[in-house]
Design a protein around this ligand. Structure first.
Ligand SMILES: Nc1ncnc2c1ncn2[C@@H]1O[C@H](COP(=O)(O)OP(=O)(O)OP(=O)(O)O)[C@@H](O)[C@H]1O
Ligand SMILES: [Mg+2]
Length: 323
């Protein structure tokens, strides 16, 4: 099975080491979820604390471009709270490219978004924030390993905190190195996840080694607010190709032959033919059409058709004159 005997190493330069008074190097001082002291509750988490959804804020985990992520305690469980930054502070430039084809179920809401009113902007924000929690529920159901979602409240997504085999916060893919064998195994699993996502009608749209964590059972896909609707978005195919290329290039550092695979093209062709299903075995092979178009031949045929049409008209004119 894929979920035992993992051989990932954190890249040493990225480990948080410190030296004690004797000068001994300690093991990496990676964040321990079971931290005793708590930090002041950020304003955005206050309503969740008041509603009893969060019992305490343990510590900030990461401040990203789109969101601030905190480790929190909910009852006896340690979880992760992702606080979305508002649109003005976000540096997400290509929003239109991603939201194309995204369905807004409520028509009043859809009209407001279209008009761009203040209410519309608020609704757009909510749609954006709900997109991630919706995608997480959908993907978990589709058998893709993502953090388990616990809902999105006031612009805060509560989800499972992904940890490694020691109970430390899981590293991102860009922070680990692995053997060629492990890379092949994880790449195959990742392609399987991407395929299942497509079967569920979604393309991640920002899949890279920065948006994948690694736990005991392998890659865990995160960061999905921009996931696109595969059937309705015209950019879905190119985004799928980019996502898959990023993954094949990343795992290809450890097993170079992975760079020469064509999973995106294979998946998309099957998807378009209605032949893609969650247990489909993929090969990574795809016959790319290398024949260049026979432009000269096509031009000759067009000219011949035009000449034939012209002589038909001439015959008609001749016949009319004869009458
Ligand atoms: N469920 C989780 N468990 C553990 N760590 C997480 C989890 N979700 C997010 N993180 C950490 O927080 C970081 C930021 O999360 P995420 O990528 O979802 O937000 P973001 O603001 O869109 O980030 P960026 O703009 O940097 O991509 C991740 O790179 C990861 O290190
Ligand atoms: Mg991210």
């Amino acid at each position: 099975m894929l979920n035992h005997g993992r051989r990932h190493d954190r890249i040493p330069s990225l480990q948080l080491r410190h030296i004690d008074i004797q000068g001994n190097r300690h093991q990496p001082a990676i964040v321990q979820p079971r931290i005793e002291h708590t930090v002041k509750t950020p304003n955005r988490l206050q309503p969740l604390v008041e509603d009893g959804l969060v019992d305490e804020v343990i510590r900030p985990l990461m401040s990203g471009k789109e969101a601030d992520v905190f480790i929190v305690r909910c009852g006896s469980k340690i979880r992760c709270a992702k606080i979305y930054k508002d649109a003005l502070k976000r540096s997400f430039k290509k929003a239109a490219q991603y939201t194309e084809g995204r369905k807004v179920r409520n028509s009043r809401r859809a009209r407001a978004i279209e008009k761009g009113s203040k209410f519309g902007r608020k609704q757009q924000e909510d749609t954006w924030q709900n997109a991630e929690v919706d995608a997480l529920y959908r993907l978990a159901r589709a058998g893709v390993r993502v953090p388990e979602p616990y809902g999105c409240f006031d612009g805060v997504l509560l989800m499972e905190l992904i940890t490694d085999e020691n109970g430390d916060v899981a590293p991102r893919l860009n922070e680990v190195s692995m053997s060629a064998e492990q890379a092949r195994e994880d790449h195959a699993l990742m392609m399987h996840y991407v395929m299942r996502m497509l079967c569920a009608g979604l393309v991640h749209g920002d899949l890279s080694e920065f948006n994948v964590l690694v736990d005991e059972s392998g890659p865990v896909i995160i960061d999905l607010p921009q996931a696109v609707d595969a059937a309705a978005n015209n950019n879905a195919r190119s985004m799928l190709e980019r996502d898959v290329r990023n993954m094949s290039d990343y795992y290809g550092q450890f097993a170079p032959e992975l760079r020469d695979t064509h999973y995106a093209e294979e998946m998309w062709a099957l998807y378009e033919e209605g032949e893609l299903h969650p247990d489909r075995e993929l090969t990574g092979q795809f016959a790319v059409d290398t024949h260049s178009a026979d432009v000269d031949g096509v031009m000759l045929e067009i000219k011949a058709a035009l000449a034939e049409e012209e002589s038909r008209r001439q015959r008609l004119r001749d016949a009319e004159e004869e009458d």
